[in-house]
Design a protein around this ligand. Structure first.
Ligand code: HEM
Length: 315
């Protein structure tokens, strides 16, 4: 199953992601609210036509868009424009985006139809910044050939880590919503493929063929799964829900990963990024970044389904 604002679902077989700009808020708002009210029915229609297609959509709003679209509402605590992260060798840039749309399904034709209907609904209200089409790569492998998502939370943990917890008394309640961080990466695929498999395995921290985790003694400190494995002060693991999307354009030689992280706390995602781009200690940056360049980076807030319905009705 999936549905509207399902930030805990698996990446799916096909996905379309769109980052949009709002040039004129006055003109755009009615169309955006109308879409927020309609999304649930649009997804249900596809699920009814294609049961088991795990079709779902998420709509999320950027830090500048939220207060301009919803001036009478509080702003989620951690919703701020993404501050770029500048390491010795690598940079995580910050790029613009007012609306983010994530469409996923077992079927690309369903993704395409939904993306088309959504775009028609927003016609004249938004301008495209980026649209990326991605696919499930073999047995869930990132485009760099390693199985991706293994250490994602499962069961009840997905909701715990992907969504905002209920608010304490007196605070604005955004529970069930999620901070969505997106980053489009382009890989130096020739350089990566020229690496011996053992070196690639050290960069990821897992074996390529069977996805086994490298034992501690064999896993370098700058392996991707070492730098992104972070803990809270009490020793408990801090996770996010990743829905990475491989994409490619063979004739252009473009091979990429659309990183898509849903989190109840953006600070968790941010710490992982800090460890990847700067390193902890500084200098221990992620080896995978030697072959991966982040070309976008934007933070959004995805309201819970209830809040989305409320926004549609009351603005
Ligand atoms: C270049 C883009 C990226 C690629 C190709 C990639 C790929 C992978 C792969 C293959 C794994 C191992 C399997 C797994 O447990 O999922 C992994 C693990 C992980 N990745 Fe990434 N990833 C990318 C970017 C990121 C970013 C930007 C973040 C966080 C902001 C991140 C967070 C994680 C986490 C938390 C894990 C699990 C670590 C653990 O074992 O505890 N990844 N990634």
């Amino acid at each position: 199953m999936s549905g509207v604002q399902d930030v805990t679902a698996s990446p799916g077989k096909s996905a379309i992601v769109m980052v949009l700009a709002i040039p004129d808020y006055g003109k755009a708002k009615p169309k955006i609210l109308d879409l927020c009210g309609k999304l649930d029915a649009l997804v249900r229609s596809q699920l009814n036509r294609f049961p088991g297609s795990a079709t779902g959509t998420v709509i999320a709003f950027g830090a500048e868009a939220w207060p301009r679209l919803f001036p009478d509402r509080p702003v989620p605590d951690e919703l701020q424009p993404f501050e770029p992260i500048v390491g010795e060798k690598h940079v995580a840039p910050s790029t613009p985006g007012d609306i983010f749309i994530h469409v996923r399904s077992a079927r690309m034709d369903v993704c395409q139809q939904l993306a088309g209907i959504i775009s028609q609904a927003l016609d004249g209200a938004v301008e495209p910044i980026d649209e990326t089409h991605g696919f499930r790569n073999f047995d869930g492998r990132a485009i760099v050939g390693f199985v991706d998502g293994t250490e994602n939370p499962t069961g009840d943990d997905t909701e715990t880590f992907a969504t905002i917890a209920p608010a304490k008394t007196g605070q604005a309640d955004f529970s069930g919503g999620s901070y969505v961080f997106i980053q489009k990466y382009l890989h130096d695929i020739k350089g990566w493929e020229a690496l011996p498999v053992e070196e690639q395995e050290k960069a990821i921290g897992r074996r390529k063929y069977d996805d086994l985790e490298l034992p501690d003694g064999a896993k370098p400190e700058n392996a991707h799964n070492a730098v992104t494995n972070i803990k809270a002060e009490d020793g408990s693991e801090l996770k996010i829900v990743r829905a990475n999307i491989p994409f490619a354009n063979a004739s252009r030689g473009e091979y990429g990963t659309y990183f898509l992280g849903y989190a109840g706390k953006f600070s968790t995602t941010r710490r992982m990024l800090q460890n990847m781009f700067v390193g902890d200690p500084p200098g221990n940056a992620d080896r995978l970044l030697d072959f991966s360049k982040a070309v976008t980076g934007t933070l959004f807030f995805a309201p819970s389904p209830d809040l989305l319905a409320d926004l549609a009705e009351n603005g």
